[in-house]
Design a binder for this molecule. Structure first.
Ligand code: CIR
Length: 254
């Protein structure tokens, strides 16, 4: 069975962290509507959606992806680079503890789940403003006994690694190569985002379908032309908080 952990939108989402965007008004109602449609989309794709209640005091807590990375062998709890997000961890630890043994990133290491791209036994970790070298080292040490190879990828032009690259099929990455260097990913096939849509690389692959923001129309058309199956979702209000399709869920098999 496939599980998707989500968390409801905080009424204080307007106080979210922002790195690459200017602050603008966010409608909590519109964000909630988008979020429930996103949850419905995950359910339609066969996920059992475990929707955790909103955490009013934690503006970014809807973006559960940053708090943990779930592997078959363990759930790795992160230590988010933004201090305001660290209190999100205990709630996620509790939610994951029934399904996986827990491992943790310890200070001074920092890691955001948005910086971790897992391609089977290869794990790519963005070295960003949120994830430091010590965080990357701890990921490597924690995963070494299970045979994962961990590669650091420099990220300087966007928030997270997965702002610039997303898996859209077993052998295919959607990528913005003006933001990151694709050579780290070896023999994967690449689809480049449309240059007019630089933020379009975020994509959430569930089985053989990509949950994908409908607003990146040109890149979406390109994906469809390449034979990728897509489930478009509206995520424009949550995008004002720098959220995308991967960051609103933790998807794993149980
Ligand atoms: C933050 O800056 O932490 C949030 N406002 C957005 C996090 C988005 N997370 C993600 O794409 N994995």
């Amino acid at each position: 069975m496939r599980v998707a952990i989500t968390r409801g939108v905080s009424p204080n989402i307007e106080r979210c962290e922002l790195t690459c965007l200017e602050r603008e008004a966010i409608s909590v109602d519109a964000a909630r509507e988008e979020h429930s449609r996103y949850e419905r989309c995950l359910a339609d794709l066969g996920c059992e959606v475990r929707s955790l209640p909103p955490e009013p005091e934690l503006p970014d807590s809807v973006f559960v992806e940053d708090t943990a990375v779930v592997f078959d062998e363990l759930a790795l709890l992160t230590r988010p680079g933004a201090e305001s997000r660290r209190p999100e961890i205990p709630g996620i630890a509790e939610a994951l503890s029934r399904d996986r043994p827990l491992a943790r990133i310890a200070g001074p290491g920092t890691l955001d789940g948005g910086d971790v791209l897992v391609l089977d036994r290869k794990v790519f970790v963005g070295r960003s403003t949120r994830t430091n070298d010590e965080g990357v080292k701890q990921v490597r040490d924690i995963l070494a006994p299970f045979g994962y190879a961990v590669t650091a990828v420099p990220v300087s032009r966007c928030l997270h690694l997965k702002s610039a690259v997303g898996r859209v099929a077993q052998d295919t990455l959607l990528i913005n190569r003006s933001w990151i260097d694709g050579t780290a990913f070896g023999s994967m096939r690449f689809i480049d985002v449309e240059p007019s849509e630089p933020r379009a690389a975020g994509a959430l692959l569930i089985a053989d379908t990509v949950v994908y923001p409908e607003r990146f129309k040109r890149t979406l058309e390109k994906l469809l032309r390449a034979g990728i199956r897509a489930a478009p979702v509206k995520l424009s209000e949550l995008a004002k908080a720098e959220g995308g399709v991967t960051c609103c869920s933790l998807v794993f098999e149980v």
